[in-house]
Design a binder for this molecule. Structure first.
Ligand code: LIP
Length: 278
């Protein structure tokens, strides 16, 4: 069967690689002017804005009717609407805090949905020069090599990834530490943070970590990498163990359902304001 969206996926790969190599890596050599968004720890730079504009512009020239959800466009007041229409979901720099500090995990993330289903996901890890790609029904790859989640079934033999996010509300921070304490005390082999949701999920897809969980990140952090996880044989679920909802700002991505459910039992869940809240 002809692959309807292959051309769009090829475009996403070229755009993400071009932006990552020519804009993000170059900017890391220079001083970066840092601005803030919702709080003093929610960072943005001109590079985030430039990369998003470059990608959106190049897509608009080829696909003028397609829609967009972009991190910086939403920050600038554009609506965050996931409809049935073909929609490009873009995080120009996932790991902006890493980018600001030169911590070497920074990704350009481009997901594409039709009928609210992710058709392809592209995550370019700019400093590692790793191109993660997934096409629905056709597997996950890193630099063209197939990916497979870990075969581990014992959570006690697992490494779990999570993040601390940018919410500094003491109650939320207490919840994060309570969940972290519970997960560590399972006990697991270790807990890791790459500083980007997309790369954490690519690590699940690659079999390096068994699960990743977080609350508070956004649809643009998750869209592309969510397909990397499922196409590599993994599962997605809500932090309370129910079905994954792309707009809910909550996720467990795991190598299998039993490890995902075991982690869910240890999480103190809260409900961030949804990405599609009116
Ligand atoms: C970041 C995530 C990170 C998460 C932050 C934030 P940004 O994305 O990838 O893992 O903890 O809350 O959402 O802002 O660098 O695109």
């Amino acid at each position: 069967m002809a692959d309807l969206w292959q051309d769009a996926m090829d475009h996403a790969v070229t755009a993400a690689r071009g932006a990552g190599r020519q804009v993000v890596r170059e900017a890391l050599r220079e001083d970066r002017k840092v601005m803030t968004k919702s709080s003093s720890v929610d960072l943005v730079t001109q590079t985030d804005q430039k990369v998003e504009q470059l990608i959106i512009q190049s897509v608009k020239e080829k696909y003028p009717t397609h829609r967009f959800i972009g991190e910086e466009s939403v920050a600038a007041g554009e609506p965050c609407v996931l409809s049935d229409e073909p929609t490009w979901i873009i995080d120009p720099i996932d790991g902006t805090t890493n980018f600001v500090h030169g911590f070497p995990f920074v990704a350009v993330s481009v997901g594409f949905s039709v009928n609210r289903q992710i058709e392809f996901g592209v995550v370019y890890s700019c400093l590692e020069d790793k191109m993660f790609t997934a096409r629905r029904g056709r597997g996950s790859f890193c630099n063209g090599q197939p990916l497979q989640v870990s075969a581990q079934t014992d959570v006690g033999q697992s490494v779990i990834a999570t993040e601390f996010g940018s919410n500094r509300d003491p109650e939320v921070v207490d919840g994060i530490f309570s969940s972290l304490r519970n997960v560590l005390a399972i006990p697991v082999h270790g807990v890791r943070s790459a500083g980007t949701a997309a790369i954490n999920m690519c690590l699940v897809a690659s079999g390096c970590v068994e699960a990743y969980y977080e609350m508070g990140m956004h649809v643009w952090d998750l869209a592309a990498a969510s397909l990397l996880v499922t196409e590599a044989g993994g599962v997605l679920m809500d932090v309370e163990g129910g079905p994954f909802d792309l707009m809910s700002r909550r996720v467990i991505a795991a190598n299998n359902r039993s490890i995902g459910q075991r982690i869910a039992r240890e999480i103190r869940a809260y409900a961030p304001v949804r990405d599609d809240a009116p």
